[in-house]
Design a protein around this ligand. Sequence first.
Ligand code: GDD
Length: 409
Amino acid sequence: KVVAVILVGGPTKGTRFRPLSFNTPEPLFPLAGQPMVHHPISACKRIPNLVQVFLVGFYEEREFALYVSSVSNELRVPVRYLKEDKPHGSAGSLYYFRDKIMEESPSHIFLLNFDVCCSFPLPNMLEAHKMHGGIGTLLVIKVSAESANQFGELVADPITKELLHYTEKPETFVSDLINCGVYVFTPTIFSVIQEVSLLREDRADIHQVSSYDSPQLAIRSLPSDFVRLDQDILSPLAGKKQLYTYETMDFWEQIKTPGMSIKCSALYLAQFRFTSPHLLASGDGKRNATVVGDVYIHPSAKVHPTAKIGPNVSISANVRVAAGVRLMNCIVLDDVQIQDNAVVMHAIVGWKSSLGRWSRVQADGDYNSKLGITILGESVIVEDEVVVINSIVLPNKMLNVSVQEEIIL
Ligand code: GDD
C-alpha cells in the first residue's frame, strides 16, 4: 500500500499571495480552473495501490472541509485534512501525524509540496525508488544557474543517481540541479526525523542561551519538534547511500507569487490536452465565443458568442462575459461580471469584481516582477472606460480614474 502526504502550510505562508489570500487559502486558489492542490491530488491517483491522500497544514479545519469531501467524491480517492496546532516544519509535520499516516501500514509514503507545478511523474519515481533502494528518492530538475539559488541545490552521482551533496538555497553556486519538493520515502523516514528531534532536545539542554546571541544557536534552539526536511534531513543524509534522485525532463515551476499562478495555469491547461481534454473549452464564434489556445470555462459561466477568449484563460463559476470582450493570459475568479468590449490581459480578476464597458485591466506580463501582472482583489469595481495597468488593487475598491503602476490600498 502507498499513501501520499501533501504539505499545505498555513495562513502565514499566504501573505505572498495578497490580496488574493484574504479569503481563500493559497492551496485552494484555482489554476486552470482547479484548486492548486487538485493537480497533485489527481496525480496521486495514478500511483498503484494508493490508499489515502493526507493534506497536512495549520489552516483551520473548516477552510478545507468542503473541498476535501468534494474532491474525495470526484476523484474517488480518500482525502483527509490533518490540522497541526502550530507549524512543525516540513519534516516535523510529517512526523507529528506518523500514527495516522501509518494506520494502513503503507510500504511507501509520497511527500509533496503544494506550491509546485509539474507533471508529477509519481509512478516513475516509485519504480526508480524500488530499483535504488534506500530511504527515499527526490524529484530533481536542471534549472538555469542564475535561478538555482532560490532552491535546494544538489549533486547526484550520474550513474547510480545517489544524492551525494545537498545545500538549501546556498549563497555560492553549488549546482544547477535542484530539489523539486516531491519525494517518496519508506517508513524509515520517521526514525530519521525522530533522531534529529531527539538530538536537538539534548543540545537544547546543553545550550541554554538566548537565541538572540547567535544565529547558529538560534537554529539549535528551534523547538525539538520543529524539523525541516531540507536542512535537517536531506543535507546530513546525502552521501550515505540512503537518498537517490529521479530527474524530470518535463515542466516544473514553483508557485510563490500570483504572477507565477498565471504561468502555471498555462502549464496545467496545456497538460489537460493529454490528461483531461474534456475540461478545455472549444468555440468558433458562432454559438460559443471564439476560443484561442487553451482555455477553461466553468460550466456555470456565461460567455457571449462575440467575445474572444484565450490563450491561457481560466474562467471560474458564475462569471458573466458580455459582447465584444477580449480576454487573454488571465484568471477570472467566481461571480465576476465583465461588461461589453472590456479587455483583460496578464491579470487576475478577484471574486465578485465588475469591469465596466470599454474598461481595460492589463499588465506587461513579467511574471517575476511585483507589478508585472495586474491583480484586482475581491469585489473591485472598475468603471466604464477606466484603464488599470500594472497595478494591484485591494478588495472593495471602486476605480473611476485610470491608474498605472500603483498599489491601491
Ligand atoms: N503542514 C506544514 N507545516 N507544512 C509546512 C510547514 C509546516 O510547519 N513548513 C513548510 N511547510 C510546507 C510548505 O507549505 C511547502 O509546501 C513545503 O512545506 C516547503 O516549504 P518551505 O519549507 O517553506 O520551503 P521552500 O518552499 O522555500 O523550499 C522547498 O521547496 C523547494 C521546491 O519548491 C525546499 O525543499 C527547496 O529545496 C525546494 O527547492
